[in-house]
Design a protein around this ligand. Structure first.
Ligand SMILES: [Fe+2]
Ligand SMILES: [Fe+2]
Length: 183
């Protein structure tokens, strides 16, 4: 039932930053130019979700980098431990992006360089809540992808990525109480 899995349908059913409108900002867009949605046609709709997942990986890298720096600047991370935890997670998201790019390229699809709009906030605890939401959204997206008719190797890779997102979700959830207490 692949035709039932539309990007819009998926977006309306998910949480976190997946509920944002599809205004994926294309890399290279600069100045005051409005973000342009990616214009791409997918002959096989299942690859559209992989493309969307790749955008989210890029968005997570930007979002988490922003949050690590701001939390450090707020003096709520005196020993740098939160920064280091987030840096490790960013490394994982980059690896996920590399894996998805390889899958798309191997299927003769030009991998996206669009970045899903990152989310930030004015306090550390709100930022981490946005990161938890981002991980929840990623988990839902990968769960959806795993219902589709991909080959064994692709499914195995997606499963590994999804488990990584579950770990990130738990890590962010574990960080949250100390930041909430600091407010
Ligand atoms: Fe990821
Ligand atoms: Fe993640």
């Amino acid at each position: 039932m692949l035709h039932h899995i539309s990007r819009r349908g998926f977006l309306s059913a998910t949480a976190g930053f997946l509920t944002l409108p599809v205004i994926a900002q294309v890399s290279g867009c600069k100045g005051d130019a409005p973000p342009e949605p990616e214009k791409k046609f997918f002959q096989d709709p299942k690859f559209e979700l992989l493309d969307l997942a790749l955008q989210h990986e890029f968005g997570a890298v930007v979002q988490y980098g922003n949050h690590a720096g701001i939390i450090a600047s707020l003096n709520q991370d005196s020993d740098g431990s939160i920064r280091d935890i987030i840096k490790d997670i960013i490394g994982h998201e980059v690896q996920h992006a590399i894996l998805l790019t390889k899958i798309l390229k191997n299927h003769n699809i030009e991998p996206t360089v669009a970045v899903w709009p990152p989310q930030t906030a004015d306090t550390a605890d709100k930022m981490i809540k946005k990161d938890i939401a981002a991980e929840s959204g990623a988990i839902k997206l990968y769960q959806q992808i795993l219902t589709l008719d991909f080959d064994y190797n692709t499914k195995t890779t997606i499963e590994r990525i999804m488990h990584s997102e579950e770990t990130h979700h738990n890590i962010f959830t574990g960080i949250l109480p100390q930041l909430e207490a600091a407010q």
